[in-house]
Write a protein that binds this ligand. Sequence first.
Ligand SMILES: N[C@@H](CCC(=O)N[C@@H](CS)C(=O)NCC(=O)O)C(=O)O
Length: 222
Amino acid sequence: MPVDQAAAIEVTAYRWVPPMARGFVKDMRIRWALEEIGLPYRVRLVGGAGGEKAPEHLADQPFGQVPVLRDGDLTLFESGAILVHLGARDERLLPGDPAQRDRAIGWTFAALNSVEPMTQALLLARHTSEGQPWQAEAVAAMRPYAEKRIGQLAAVLGNREWLEDRFTIGDLAMVDVLRAAPEPDLVAAHANLAAYVARATARPAFQAAMAAQLADFDSNPA
Ligand SMILES: N[C@@H](CCC(=O)N[C@@H](CS)C(=O)NCC(=O)O)C(=O)O
């Protein structure tokens, strides 16, 4: 397992999040990519998702979010940028062929910029209206946007194994977005997408990344 506190690469993760968020915090994307290529990393735990952000964390990540990657002299935030950076190091994440590489980067952007905004908006609608009489209305207003994007994705995936000819960071990012979709039936409505998510999350690298994130929460209960 690549977690090694003496490793040169550092991933920033939260010390604590509510149980429902465990396994879904976005350092998962980076842990997963590093597991795919067997690159050891150390973990720097920072304060939880809510509340005050430490100045050192804000200096690395202006929005006070995770993940952040440290790799030599480079400090990099935004999970998509980090995936592209790691992809440039190893063809198992990003093909060397320029056209294939660009297509995979395109899918990474599609995951984070076309699909995730819709699923996040739905999540936000649910959270911000928690306990309010208008919750059902708020969720119902946002759901069609997520439904539409996910349906379009199901159509383009068809019966292919991956978005392109082989697994890339584009699949990694897309699956991480889909598995976090707030209403599971959005994905389950499309058998091919459900199978795609199951296929990707069955990869040993995903399983190892999940175990590592959960282990960090287990060993830092508060
Ligand atoms: N666009 C950022 C989003 C990162 C993000 O949303 N991180 C969440 C954890 S999953 C976070 O730190 N949230 C706390 C906050 O926004 O204050 C990325 O992809 O790296």
